[in-house]
Ligand binder design. Structure first.
Ligand code: GN1
Ligand code: MG
Length: 364
């Protein structure tokens, strides 16, 4: 029998007593709840972590804790508030960073930081600029974290690994969907070399490995009431990889004038003003530690991650929707087409994207 979430909540070292546990948001991957506690005690975020995706969960929680403690230390040294400018993992009653329930599902809790704002979209350049500063600052805070992180998502943004999965799924064609998406498959194949050439630079160490966040949507940044970045949340995907993943994924998310699954492709394009604003904020914070090679590939990383997302959505569609939660049988195909439109818009504006970075550097 499924253990009630209320019961799960009580397995953690919470201050105060649990009043209510309510579902929160619609994540693709984890299930998220808010734990409301008695007056005067903090509230908490409770998540059932997806063990099919993050494996093993205990190592993932160790990664998260390492990053949180490192950031807290730096915030404290700088005179900031470590309870608000960093996430706080709340251990289970047995001291572990997670609780394993009767069905072997893994749960984890962190403190809810109140009086904060999270935005669903970067609607203005000002907000994109703040987001860029947030991600740049996060990367800068962890840039001296030498303790290696466990790779709980092997091959996450590694296109060579993605092609291995892709080739397997295509050869199996498990639900017979391949014949209907020949044109879309060609979108992937025609760019294979370009993408592998980039990834080779990472494999050869020409682009360095650092701590990266890997899920840089704007709603993973908490802002305070004055609009200043407080902290970056959702650390499930912190990995040792190239920080270009973070810039690229942010640009895939922030600059899209439409939705990730927009059915009207006319809505979808890359907004260069948003790109410019994010890049400015990001470079102001991260410029001090980025190498010339990393800077040279910032614009490319936006194409890279968007392309990878086209591949991942299409691959999941062909595979019969095993990875992403879907709301309709063609949802992954709708997402594929919308992300491809975004990729095309980036390709059209690529020279301008490179110029933006160049100009920003001369301004610094
Ligand atoms: C997943 O669930 P969410 O939104 O945090 C995915 C990202 C994708 C994104 C697409 C671990 O993230 O890589 O870009 O969906 N996370 C994982 O919206 O696969
Ligand atoms: Mg996430």
């Amino acid at each position: 029998m499924k253990q009630p979430v209320f019961d799960v909540a009580t397995k953690f070292q919470l201050e105060g007593s649990v009043i209510e546990v309510k579902a929160l948001g619609e994540g693709f991957i984890n299930d998220t709840f808010i734990i409301e506690t008695s007056e005067g005690s903090p509230n908490y975020i409770l998540q059932r972590k997806n063990k099919k995706i993050f494996s093993p969960i205990p190592a993932m929680m160790e990664n998260i804790q390492k990053v949180c403690l490192h950031i807290k230390k730096k915030v404290k040294e700088a005179g900031g508030d470590p309870m608000r400018e960093a996430m706080t993992v709340t251990p289970a009653v047995d001291g572990k960073l997670y609780y394993e329930d009767e069905e072997n599902e893994y749960w984890a809790v962190c403190q809810f930081i109140d009086e904060t704002i999270a935005y669903e979209a970067a609607e203005t350049p000002e907000l994109a600029y703040a987001g860029g500063k947030g991600i740049g600052k996060f990367q800068s805070l962890v840039s001296d974290l030498k303790d290696p992180l466990t790779d709980i998502l092997p091959g996450f943004h590694n296109i060579r690994f993605r092609y291995k999965q892709w080739d397997e799924v295509l050869s199996k064609n498990p639900v017979g969907r391949k014949a209907g998406v020949e044109k879309e498959i060609e979108w992937i194949e025609s760019r294979r070399k370009e993408m592998l050439d980039f990834w080779k630079l990472v494999e050869d160490g020409i682009i360095p490995i650092r701590v990266s966040h890997n899920d840089t949507k704007i709603n993973n940044i908490l802002f305070d009431q004055k609009g200043e970045v407080l902290c970056v949340i959702d650390l499930d995907t912190v990995l040792s990889s190239t920080v270009l993943n973070d810039f690229g994924d942010a640009m895939r998310f922030y600059t899209n004038t439409g939705l990730e699954d927009d059915t009207n492709l006319d809505n979808v394009s890359m907004d260069i003003e948003i790109y410019k604003a994010f890049a400015k904020g990001y470079i102001e914070e991260a410029g001090s530690f980025l190498t010339n090679k990393e800077i040279e590939y910032l614009a490319f990383s936006a194409k890279y991650i968007t392309y990878e997302q086209v591949l991942r959505f299409l691959m999941d569609y062909i595979d019969g929707d095993n990875y992403y939660k879907v709301k309709s049988p063609d949802h992954n195909l709708v997402r594929t087409k919308a992300q491809y439109k975004l990729l095309q818009s980036m390709e059209e504006q690529y020279d301008e994207m490179k110029k933006v970075v160049k100009d920003l550097l001369t301004e610094l």
